[in-house]
Design a protein around this ligand. Structure first.
Ligand code: GLU
Length: 229
């Protein structure tokens, strides 16, 4: 169970995401990846250190104001680049995930019957296709993430972005930590506060069952229990 960092801002967030991942390195991981929404979903993944991913990111001149990044500790599928996160569905949805989806085989069969093709051996890839399936039907990333979370059994913290909604990072948590960081005209999502502490000290700790839409101008939070102090 490793790291997630997401950021939406008015400045280039690629250095924020790579620095965030470096602050989570001590937890151990086997591969790292990043996806930026910038006219298309641009993704760089590498087996090995965050520094190797960072070098590739620099080589490809990856910049942008909305993105998600991940360090993976493989549980389902080997340590390979196609299994590294983010996972992308149809070039339109990108997902990072910490944890284990217990009903991934059942969901994989369902999604295959809906016409989705799988590119990895991970449990995580079902999340990308489920969000795509629901987003296509309703056009709302927050609602699509809520519906996806309702289909999942197991433990997860997820971060999701959509090509068609370049002002949102959706998140959901069940059994794995996830926090929202509040900035000025910029906001963040992370699996641990240490990943975003250089950017803000104002954080919201999500609880199991919470779903969130992190936007540039604010945060929409649907609490699992409807009320909380
Ligand atoms: N179960 C997922 C995978 O194997 C996520 C592992 C993690 O938490 O990094 O890809």
């Amino acid at each position: 169970m490793c790291g997630i960092v997401g950021a939406i801002a008015r400045r280039n967030i690629v250095p924020i995401l790579t620095e965030g991942l470096k602050r989570l390195e001590y937890r151990g991981y086997d591969s790292a990846g990043i996806a930026i929404v910038d006219g298309s979903i641009r993704r760089v993944r590498r087996v090995g250190r965050v520094a190797e991913m960072e070098a590739a990111v620099r080589e490809e001149n990856l910049t942008g104001i909305l993105g998600i990044a991940h360090t993976r500790w493989a549980t389902h599928g080997g340590v390979t680049e196609p299994n590294a996160h983010p996972h992308v569905s149809s070039g339109e949805i990108a997902v990072v995930h910490n944890g284990i989806i217990e009903n991934h085989e059942e969901q994989r069969a369902r999604l295959k019957s809906l016409g989705y093709a799988f590119e990895s051996q991970t449990d995580t890839e079902v999340i990308a296709h489920l969000v795509h399936h629901y987003f296509k039907a309703g056009g709302d990333l927050f609602v699509a993430t809520q519906k996806t979370a309702a289909d999942l059994r197991g433990a997860y913290a997820i971060g999701v972005v959509a090509l068609a909604d370049p002002d949102t990072i959706a998140g959901a948590r069940m059994g794995c930590p996830l926090v929202v960081g509040l900035g000025e005209g910029e906001n963040f999502l992370a699996s641990d506060v240490s990943a975003i502490i250089a950017e803000t000290r104002r954080v919201i700790y999500l609880e199991d069952g919470d779903v969130v839409a992190v936007r540039r101008g604010g945060v929409l939070l649907e609490l699992a229990d409807g009320v909380r102090d």
